[in-house]
Design a binder for this molecule. Sequence first.
Ligand code: SF4
Length: 454
Amino acid sequence: MLDYTKKEKYERSALRVNPAKTCQPVGAMYAALGVHECMPHSHGSQGCCAFHRMFLTRHFKDPAMASSSSFTEGASVFGGGSNLKTAAKNIFDIYNPKIIAVHTTCLSETIGDDLNALIQGIDIPEGKYMVHTNTPSYKGSHITGFSNMVASFIKYLSESSGKTNGKVAIMPGFINPGDMRELKRIAATMSAKYTMLPDTSGVFDSPMTGTFNMYPSGGTTVEEIIELGDSSLTLAFGKFASEAPAEALEKKCGVPYKMLPLPIGIARTDEYIMALQSFVKVEVPYSLDEERGQLVDILIDIHPYTYNKKVAIFGDPDTVLGITEFVLEMGMIPKYVVTGTPGESFTDAAEELFGKFGMEGCIAKASGDLYELHQWIKEEGVDLLIGGTHGKHIARAEDIPFVRAGFPIIDRYIHSYLPLVGYKGGMRLAELITNALMDRLDRDSLEEDFEMVM
Ligand code: SF4
């Protein structure tokens, strides 16, 4: 039996148990599916590709199309050049995408395939494109892979004509299609002209039409990615997912960028709207003011239930930081804040938030895992757990209310259609949190009544 009061019993320097992340190509595949008529291509074994497609499909409940270089022993020894060449020909002939977006896997990275040189040697049909990014999974996380893929689209395709087009480039980060729709709705309400890259709305939340469509109507078009080079400004959400592509666009085409935190909660949504306002120079419409006021009203109403409640949050870094700030706005205590993605800037940002709200004794960790989070909770419990599906085992074992938010959520439906960002997303998250806490109160009071009767 472990003595959980002795930290050294479970502290590990190398091993991760249930890491709060998945592998790089999952993110690269998701980013590529946010480009219209794009076929994501996994340069490695079929098993990797099947796993990544399954991971996305289970979260979004929609098929994730992707092809594979289908490495066998030969390719593993001699390199995957000829596999990629054959794959490109077959994919353009059979599936007819506008663009193939190749990402690597651990195996091709270990062999050392030079994708740049390999793609240059491929006969790409007129008017079609092929891009690549490196996604070695023994580094970073799916967020790194997402960021790398978006940056590669820009490096390969974006061009500056020398004239700006008055548009804002929106880099949403690794969020659900419902969130992307909400970011676009707010931009449109502010009368901003924009291009979002990537944009999985209309792809992973496309309607049932009765006809299978390999390339749904959504996604950023190749032409739009090329024109991103003429944008006046980039608004990039979340340092981990969007800073690298924003930097790439500035470096290649001279488009200045503004980093914004993922707009979860009031202050962060205010920041997004103020950034849009200083760009378009119009008054904030009353409809947004009204939504903000409604959210403030909701937070006041639920305050008796949320105030001083301790919460543990885990998941993707930009999302976790957003949820952390929002629970602080709700008067809660973010006791444990964990991401599996490496990067000390995560802990710095979380600690800055703890300081801003006068919190003491809260712990933030990057490169973390659910095993360690569980042990912390055993040492000092929390009133609520927030994160993806894999947290349910902790919630069950410790009998804690659990709110599913973030990625992946494989045991619930509809979540990816509905936003967490913006004031509307804040209302939804506040509802989920409050209902989870009130369900627990209901259960406790029923148990008390039962005991009294007995
Ligand atoms: S081998 Fe690497 S790329 Fe493939 S599934 Fe495993 S971690 Fe991901």
